[in-house]
Design a protein around this ligand. Structure first.
Ligand SMILES: Cc1cc2nc3c(=O)[nH]c(=O)nc-3n(C[C@H](O)[C@H](O)[C@H](O)COP(=O)(O)OP(=O)(O)OC[C@H]3O[C@@H](n4cnc5c(N)ncnc54)[C@H](O)[C@@H]3O)c2cc1C
Length: 552
């Protein structure tokens, strides 16, 4: 990295947000440099679930199957199970299918789960490895692990970024048209811009509200000690040691998260003490080999007050911080990247206007507020519900307490882990680059998603026979759907798009099914699969519509 080196976009941070953004840009041949201060992708498990909408983005980019194959064995159930202690009483279980069945099941579903992909429950560290492999294949992308950004300036025409090699502190300077801080909760980019997080942190709950300690470990005998079918997520619910534990590889690796009691200090905890915390939740002891540990804080509901300053943007945890209930932090980060990537490429390619870049914050900041609020609700639901002192008693009262807890936790599990409304229902109605038609979108709900062609939301999905999703027919950039037998003429749109350099694929779908689903003859879909406009005849000039949705 000698002297000045230039790119169109510099990304600081190679977590999910940064890697996904690099892929979005690289797929569009945008010269991109990604810096990450670690030697490689994260070796810690971190997030545990890839939501269905994220999987749909991975499918759009062509690697959903590679992600689906990562993590737990294909036939491993992805149940969520609640116990007093892992070797004690099972209280509740929400049974979910293994990855092998995801493709078949999703083709049978409709309504709220009308989708091209189901969620995939797998550790973030495996997903990051896939994202890195994908980014590495793109000639426009240069991944620079082991390099840290130390500062930057934006002179209005471009950004200059000061970097140093982590191994020896060797400095260098890079320049680019745009800088994106995907640099996590302690974001140098956000802090340098003077942008604060807004919201609340430090919320105290019985669980998921306070200092947490995470232990990633191998325990070859553990499955033999826990009764019942295998699960993806194991929760311990008792008066003194609450915890959740995710299965990592289905063989012997697990990650255990517990909340520390007052007086327990995460930084001071020894490996022996950390193992003892796990044994308390297990209700027994077994051979354990600790791989890594970390401390983190549960109880944040934070969104940055701005997502853009001039030529600099923030995305992912740099822009919003979640309590991980609902599994939304990483997934919201991926949607930030899916939203920002095509917009940066459009502006750099000359067919998008600056208003398109402003629309990133206009769309994603409310989405972050929405998603962090849902996560907070789940944290209250699980974290404020406390175990009664007699829950482990082998008495009639103990059994009653377990039955009551089981009923509550079973209902909570369905509420937290069956969330099509959250994953598919993000909407951008007030966005300046959405051409609304005056129709009213369905109410926002965590558990119900109503497919609608009302501009501003995810394009409704349908299967086109066999494994072919409607989404597979979309172009990589804008798509104009001509729907139904008497679909309105698409040529004026195609001509207007060609005249403006807007990449547009026209897709004809005869028959009533898609026409009825979208409620119009013509539908303009954005590169991130959001409905930008719909109409029966082009009452407005296609040119005006295209100018609006590309921020010109
Ligand atoms: C213990 C734990 C458990 C979690 N569990 C869940 C969960 O169950 N579900 C869920 O959805 N989310 C969970 N999360 C949150 C999830 O991991 C994050 O939301 C996700 O990682 C955000 O991705 P990101 O790319 O925005 O940031 P990060 O993954 O934090 O990536 C930021 C990257 O930037 C790098 N970086 C930072 N500063 C610089 C710099 N100056 N120069 C170069 N590189 C820099 C960092 O090294 C890092 O690699 C958990 C997080 C933790 C810590």
């Amino acid at each position: 990295m000698e002297g000045r080196s230039t790119a169109s976009v510099i990304i600081v941070g190679g977590g999910p947000a940064g890697l996904m953004l690099a892929i979005e840009l690289g797929r569009r041949q945008v010269p991109t440099i990604l810096l990450d201060d670690k030697p490689d992708t994260s070796p810690h498990p971190q997030a545990n679930a890839t939501q269905a909408r994220t999987m749909e983005h991975y499918r759009r980019l062509g690697f959903a199957d590679e992600v689906r194959a990562a993590g737990l064995p294909a036939d491993y159930p992805t149940d969520i199970a609640y116990f007093t202690r892992y070797t004690g009483h099972e209280l509740a279980r929400f049974a979910l299918p293994p990855a092998r069945r995801a493709k078949d099941i999703v083709r049978q579903l409709s309504g709220s789960w009308s989708a091209s992909e189901l969620p995939h429950r797998c550790s973030q560290m495996y997903v990051e490895q896939v994202l890195k492999r994908q980014a590495e294949r793109l000639p426009a992308v240069s991944l620079r692990y082991g390099w840290r950004a130390t500062g930057f300036s934006d002179d209005g025409n471009g950004v200059t970024v000061a970097v140093e090699r982590c191994a020896d502190g060797r400095p260098a300077t890079l320049s680019a048209d745009f800088l994106v801080g995907c640099d996590g909760p302690r974001s140098l980019v956000r802090k340098t811009l003077g942008i604060a997080y807004e919201g609340e942190s430090g919320v105290v709950r019985d669980f998921m509200g306070g200092p947490m300690h995470a232990v990633y470990f191998r325990a070859p005998d553990l499955y033999d000690m826990i009764a019942g079918p295998r699960a993806w997520m194991y929760w311990a619910f008792n008066p003194d040691r609450r915890a959740f534990m995710a299965a990592i590889d289905g063989r012997d690796r697990f990650v255990f998260h517990t909340q520390l009691a007052p007086g327990e200090d995460g930084d001071a905890i020894s490996e022996r003490q950390a193992t003892a915390l796990f044994f308390a939740a297990l209700g027994a002891e077994c051979p354990v080999e600790v791989i890594s540990r970390s401390s983190w804080s549960a109880g944040a509901t934070l969104v940055a007050e701005r997502f853009r300053a001039g030529r600099v943007f923030i995305a992912g945890d740099a822009a919003h911080l979640f309590t991980p209930t609902g599994g939304l932090g990483y997934n919201t980060a991926i949607e930030d990247a899916a939203n920002l990537g095509w917009k940066l490429a459009a502006v750099l390619g000359g067919w998008g206007g600056d208003a398109l870049l402003d629309s990133y914050a206009a769309e994603r900041q409310p989405a972050a507020r929405r998603n962090t609020a849902f996560a907070r609700r789940f944290a209250d639901s699980i974290g404020l519900y406390r175990a009664t002192p007699n829950i482990e008693d082998e008495t009639a009262e103990g059994a009653e307490a377990r039955a009551a807890a089981g009923a509550y936790l079973g209902a909570h599990a369905r509420a937290e882990f069956d969330i099509p409304g959250i994953t598919f229902g993000t909407r951008y109605d007030p966005s300046p680059v959405i051409a609304g038609d005056g129709s009213t979108p369905p109410l926002d709900s965590a558990h119900s998603y109503i497919p609608t062609g009302c501009p501003g939301g995810r394009a409704p999905h349908l299967w086109r026979g066999g494994e072919r999703s409607l989404y597979d027919d979309f172009g990589f950039e804008f798509t104009l759907l001509r729907l139904g037998a008497d679909a309105a003429e698409g040529d004026p749109f195609a001509r207007a798009a060609a005249g403006r350099g807007v990449p547009l694929t026209v897709v004809e779908i005869p028959g009533d099914e898609a026409r009825d689903l979208y409620g119009a003859d013509l539908v303009l879909i954005r590169p991130d699969q959001v409905v930008a406009w719909r109409g029966n005849r082009t009452m407005e000039e296609p040119a005006e519509i295209l100018d609006r949705v590309t921020g010109r």
